[in-house]
Design a protein around this ligand. Structure first.
Ligand code: ZN
Length: 88
């Protein structure tokens, strides 16, 4: 059995990824379709996902991590920030 290394480097701290992607519109699926269709929009960068397959309501209410900005305003490009400001 391998001995645990007591002097290994500490783990890097977890990076916070706020869930800024929230549902802005939702639609019922047609017959035979399992998942509802939802649209999500990011509060930080204004990224819209378009219509995607939604999961359970309880899961979607928590929001998702934005694939564009990861919830960090520092990741938002200036041009995208202008679009988000004019859209709201
Ligand atoms: Zn975003």
């Amino acid at each position: 059995m391998k001995q645990l290394d007591l002097f290994r480097k500490p783990r890097r701290p977890a990076v916070p990824k706020p869930r800024t992607l929230h549902v802005v519109d939702a639609g019922l699926p047609g017959p035979g379709k399992r998942h509802p269709r939802i649209q999500l929009e990011c509060e930080v960068c204004g990224h819209e996902t378009g219509w995607v397959a939604g999961r359970a309501v309880a899961i979607e209410q928590k929001g998702r991590v934005c694939p564009k900005c990861k919830g960090d305003p520092a990741n938002v490009k200036p041009s995208a920030a202008k679009e988000a400001a004019s859209a709201s």
